[in-house]
Design a protein. Sequence first.
Length: 260
Amino acid sequence: MTDTHSWNSQLYDTKMSFVSAFGKGILDWLQAKPGESVLDIGCGTGDLSHELASMGAKPTGIDFSEEMIDAARKKYPHLPFYVADAHTYRTTETFDAVFSNAALHWMKQPEKVAESIWIALRPGGRFIAEFGGAGNVETVIEKIRIVLSSAGIDASERMPWYFPSIGTYSTILEHQGFSVTCAQLFDRPTPLPDGENGILHWLNAFCSPFFTGMSAGEKKAAYRDIAEELKPHLFHDGSWVIDYKRIRVAAVKPFEKEIS
């Protein structure tokens, strides 16, 4: 996560719960086994760590947001959660697997994150992740740019996300030493809850870096203008459908080769 974004854990759990719900699909890729130790990077309020624990795994959750970690500890007090930056995360423990859902696109120095994951994994351990890929929320970003430009703001300078192609991200992992076993980029049109207000909740939950320095009234007006720009494209049959594109990737940290 970035330090320019503040998180409302209650809004996240009540209005953006689809994030964790979709994340259950990537758990099928992880195939966590009873007793396995799993590091959950960008764990949010802990729902998927809880799912891992229910499978018999031993999860440890980290997130950059203190508010998210506070919420996770309250919801699941029996599980370990820590405030940490994945760019610089170091631990003496090594994990059987590292897992991440809907978080890596907030981390704009992916090479550093790949190094942290590498160090956290035991040899033979696996890395499984899903996050925003090239073209993710492209329509939303375009309309944010249009609205903010009228206020003299260059949205590109405030872009909080990193949305790579599968080739770019696979190359980063391979340079770190990983063997990439599978990588996919796919469309996931995602309906938002709460009818016409859905896009307002989404902008409020995920887009605060674009609106830094604005008053509450200015943000409200900007959200309304963005919604009007987006409506012909993303509002269908009474609900908003966001143009998500996701990367799924699986990689393995190889065992060290013996020198003969």
